[in-house]
Design a protein around this ligand. Structure first.
Ligand code: PNS
Length: 162
């Protein structure tokens, strides 16, 4: 069975992530979306909220599982039988950091490959940070995040502001 893992903070998941998830799921038997239990990086949404938003957004995708991890990504991949780490690249600026991570992960486990997928150009400007900033400043996020979680995001940011 060909198992891929797609890691990230997903704070929150965006349509850019969903696009990569669907394309990756189409070329493997099982895709594990692995949510990082952030330690150093502070997230706006709790782990439960981030997982729940992914579940709501991905209910249609049969071969996609949602899990969480802390510690090294290669350890998580290995213990889940995943031989491929999927990463999305939006622009050249993503490449340098991702190349470093891919080499580092390869050094730690030579049996695990990193597969880069080019982000859909429609979402090349999109990030979780941009979504949060837009909501905070009263902008529209239609089409940027899955419809199922739009209100959850807006409510959370509104409550944080109060
Ligand atoms: O969505 P993000 O925040 O860009 O995702 C980053 C992520 C989760 C892919 C990255 O931080 C990660 O792989 N963290 C796990 C720790 C690890 O294995 N680091 C690489 C070696 S130090």
């Amino acid at each position: 069975m060909r198992i891929f893992v797609y890691p990230g903070s997903f704070d929150p998941v965006t349509n850019g992530h969903i696009d990569i998830i669907k394309r990756a799921a189409a070329i493997c038997d099982k895709l594990i979306v692995a949510v990082l239990v952030n330690h150093s990086k502070k997230s706006l949404f709790s782990l439960d909220e981030r997982v729940s938003m992914l579940e709501k957004s991905l209910s249609c995708c049969e071969n996609v599982a949602i899990a969480h991890f802390s510690g090294l990504l290669v350890d998580f991949a290995r213990s889940n039988g995943a031989k491929v780490i999927v990463k999305g690249l939006r622009a050249v600026s993503d490449y340098e950091y991702e190349l470093q991570m891919a080499h580092l992960n390869k050094k730690m486990d030579e049996n695990i490959e990193t597969l880069f997928m080019m982000a859909n150009p429609n979402y090349s400007y999109l990030s979780s940070s941009i979504v949060k900033e837009l909501v905070l400043l009263g902008g529209e996020i239609d089409g940027l995040v899955p419809n199922e979680i739009k209100s959850v995001i807006i409510e959370k940011i509104k409550n944080e502001r109060e």
